[in-house]
Design a protein around this ligand. Structure first.
Ligand code: ADP
Ligand code: ZN
Ligand code: ZN
Length: 747
């Protein structure tokens, strides 16, 4: 039998992650020992028994085998926070493919010295009555920023300074004028780094509706009965999901457990956070990308020491080292940002399931448009599905008009605004109501379609769109198929065959040509570069400083604009034609969210969806706001083509400085992958590619990819393991290989 050796780390202080010691694996542990496990080893001259963690296992002995010590045994069912985090890193490594060091860096916060920071807050000096009278005055004078701040001061006696200038978008000048008036003062204190401090807690909880209460009761009954589960709450925005989360969190904290709430960064608004702060006071903390490494480290320490019970944040908040987690909530579960884009390329949904398992916690997913993955699992009984049907905030679903852009062109309208959209825009501008124009550019990757008939150039083998390359060829990024770009549409012979090139800036210009006096705000990657510009644009629009907000997918998330009564989607197809099997799903989600922006207040709303593919099921069902209808059709497509969630897909990405070395390595690995013997019950495997990646070269690094499809995830892990092993045996020259399971983006 082959000898096995394990690299073991004895100290997890961050800087020393690379320092490991090699030990012999005793025969009784061969096949049992896994990376991430906690073991007992003899250490140092005295052979004192200490704890260590397995980083790697291999058959290569790195020094004198005669002098090598042996692992004493396993530490099982460890309850210490540290051990669980390491175990989690081991799990990430095994399931997603990365080095143990990368996995450890993902779950452990960087250790940083804690610098005391100056912490400024704005303190209210006046009584409510006086604030109210100032509020009336600033309303009359239309000082919207001041009004916003005073409104907030009515509710809170003290507000962190950064919130005021950042999230509330109030200038330092406005603050000074209120200081002069004796309404507020700025208080500085050297504080332990708690990014947000609000005094007022204990917000009155709402009496839950029957449907909401039912969810809370069921989840808690499972938990108290000792079998916590995974739940999917399907409910439109405003149906009361957040209220359900908060009640569940309260139930858990009353049982001495902690809670993690994941919210995509873009939806982490002041309003949302405030609700949690009001309810849980300073037992809640927030983790976001604007925190420094030191602040993140502090948050983790506070979580470990039991100073907080609830953490809110994006994906990485999942690794908060709480001692006994009771519940993990993933809101907007369908969001792409829950998948990590660097190794280990983990998905928060699956990882949360593992964290929940380690702690015996419940996992609650929520969305208005669940991912196919989650809904599919709910259908199979792995998750329990709850549906919230009614919007508690009032407002009706808007009337939706689908406009066929091919018909517009045939009838002589070559503008980017259809006649219906122009008619409704004029109406809103006349009445002083607000509109949103949404340009769906997500994942836009140079696809080619016909403006006369809507035909999209697709791969005959993969049923995804082909991408146009500079050399005039159209390429499939799944299988490498390519063809010459046709001069006329193969379907109808029209010469209007091209990519769609309009950006938000052009739309703004065209709009101003039509309506010279229109006041616009634009929100896209260009206008939101600085830290708070996103919130500032949103609050300016909220306060009526513009008639039309033009933007990319950023504008369709989270925010409520009661005065918006019209939403125009300029080209719904853009995201439909991305060369990716998620294209329909993303389009449906974006269109549903966009359409749902209209008519949130007391006035009824209308929406116009402009499209070259009015009959596409993603467009048809989004117009009807019919999730189930969409799901039925898209899952059929996934089933037919063998895409996730029905099957699984492993992308193996090869990056190389020299093109031909990259091609050869990708080919060689694909060959190895094909030879993995998966056994009959493990499911049939299918190999696609290798092909150049969608972006074939970045920074002079060539990129290749091949895919392995299989209905059994375990088989794909086997493939990954076998490729990792193969890679250890060869000499690489600046080539790197990454694994991506069920990829969200085809790069
Ligand atoms: P979602 O998270 O689904 O968007 P929220 O929980 O934010 O929904 O609820 C939408 C609005 O309805 C919020 O203003 C919230 O305060 C209110 N709300 C939720 N549940 C109740 C309830 N049971 N009674 C009264 N108001 C509620
Ligand atoms: Zn055509
Ligand atoms: Zn193809």
């Amino acid at each position: 039998m082959q000898e096995l050796y394990a690299d073991i780390i004895v100290d997890i202080s961050h800087e020393k992650l690379d320092k490991t010691f090699q030990y012999r694996v005793p025969e009784r542990l061969c096949g049992v020992l896994e990376t991430g496990m906690c073991v007992v080893i003899p250490f140092g001259n005295g052979n004192k028994l200490i704890k260590g963690y397995v980083m790697d296992i291999g058959s290569q002995c790195k020094f004198d085998p005669a002098r090598m010590k042996e692992i004493q045994g396993l530490v099982k069912d460890s309850v210490e926070v540290e051990d669980r985090m390491i175990a989690l890193a081991g799990w990430l490594r095994r399931n997603y493919g990365s080095t143990m060091i990368q996995a450890l860096k993902t779950v452990l916060p960087a250790r940083q010295s804690v610098k005391k920071l100056e912490h400024r807050t704005l303190q209210r000096l006046m009584g409510r009555e006086e604030i109210l009278s100032l509020l009336g005055e600033s309303r009359r004078k239309k000082q919207v920023a001041k009004e916003r701040l005073l409104q907030e001061l009515l509710e809170q006696e003290s507000i962190p300074y950064e919130w005021v200038t950042g999230k509330l978008g109030v200038s330092a000048q406005t603050i000074r004028s209120l200081e002069k008036a004796g309404a507020v003062k700025v208080v500085s204190s050297l504080a332990y780094r708690n990014p947000v401090r609000l005094e007022q807690a204990g917000d009155k909880r709402k009496d839950l509706s029957q449907a909401q209460r039912y969810i809370v009761e069921q989840v808690m009954a499972d938990f108290d009965g000792g079998h916590p589960g995974t739940y999917l709450v399907h409910g439109i925005t405003g149906s009361g999901k957040t209220e359900v989360y908060m009640q569940l969190i309260q139930e858990m904290t009353e049982r001495g457990r902690q809670a993690i709430v994941l919210i995509p960064e873009i939806a982490l608004t002041y309003q949302t956070l405030l609700r949690f702060y009001r309810r849980f006071g300073d037992r809640v903390s927030v983790m976001n990308s604007t925190l420094s490494a030191g602040e993140k480290y502090d948050q983790c320490q506070r979580a470990k020491n039991g100073e907080i019970d609830v953490i809110i944040g994006p994906r990485s908040a999942l690794f908060t080292p709480f001692p006994r987690i009771g519940i993990i909530v993933i809101d907007e579960e369908h969001e792409n940002s829950y998948k990590s884009e660097s190794s280990p390329k983990y998905h928060a949904r699956e990882t949360a399931q593992e964290v929940a398992r380690l702690h015996g916690a419940s996992l609650v997913l929520g969305s208005a448009t669940p991912s196919l993955e989650a809904y599919y699992r709910a259908g199979k009984g792995e998750y329990r599905l709850f549906t919230l049907k009614e919007r508690l905030t009032g407002g009706q679903l808007p009337t939706v008009y689908t406009v066929d852009l091919r018909k517009e062109l045939r009838e002589g309208n070559r503008s980017i605004f259809s006649r219906k959209l122009q008619e409704l825009l004029s109406d809103r501008l006349g009445k002083g109501e607000q509109s949103i124009l949404f340009l769906n550019r997500r994942g836009y990757a140079g696809f080619v379609s016909c403006r006369a008939c809507g035909h999209v150039m697709k791969c005959p083998h993969c049923d995804v769109s082909l991408s146009e390359h500079k050399n005039g060829r159209l390429i499939c990024h799944y299988c490498g198929y390519s063809e010459i770009k046709p001069g006329v549409c193969p379907e109808c012979g029209s010469k209007y065959i091209s990519g769609f090139k309009a950006g938000t800036q052009q739309i703004e210009e065209k709009l101003k040509e039509l309506y010279p006096n229109v006041r616009t705000l634009r929100m896209d990657a260009d206008t939101t570069r600085t830290k708070d510009s996103y919130e500032q644009i949103l609050s300016a629009f909220y306060n009526g400083e513009a008639d039309v907000l033009i933007g990319t997918q950023m504008i369709v998330k989270g925010h409520d604009f009661p005065r918006v009564t019209l939403v125009g989607v300029l080209a719904a197809d853009l995201s439909l034609s991305v060369g990716d099997y998620h294209a329909s799903e993303r389009t449906f989600q974006l269109l549903t969210q966009a359409v749902g922006r209209a008519g949130r207040g007391s006035l009824p709303g209308e929406a116009v969806i402009q499209t070259y593919q009015p009959d596409h099921y993603a467009v048809v069902h989004a117009a009807k706001q019919d999730y189930e209808g969409f799901y039925e059709e898209d899952i059929l497509f996934r089933e037919m083509m063998g895409y996730p969630p029905v099957s699984h897909l492993l992308a193996v990405q090869v990056f190389a400085r020299e093109e031909d070395r990259g091609i050869r390595l990708a080919g060689w690995l694909a060959g190895r992958a094909g030879r993995v013997n998966s056994g009959a019950e493990a499911g049939k495997m299918q190999l696609l590619g290798p092909a150049p990646a969608a972006i074939g070269r970045i920074n002079d690094i060539f990129r290749f990819v091949f895919y392995v499809k299989c209905s059994n995830y375990g088989t794909l892990i086997q493939v990954k393991d076998s490729l990792e092993e193969a890679l250890q045996g060869i000499e690489l020259k600046q080539e790197t290989v990454q694994f991506d399971f069920d990829p969200m983006n085809t790069l």
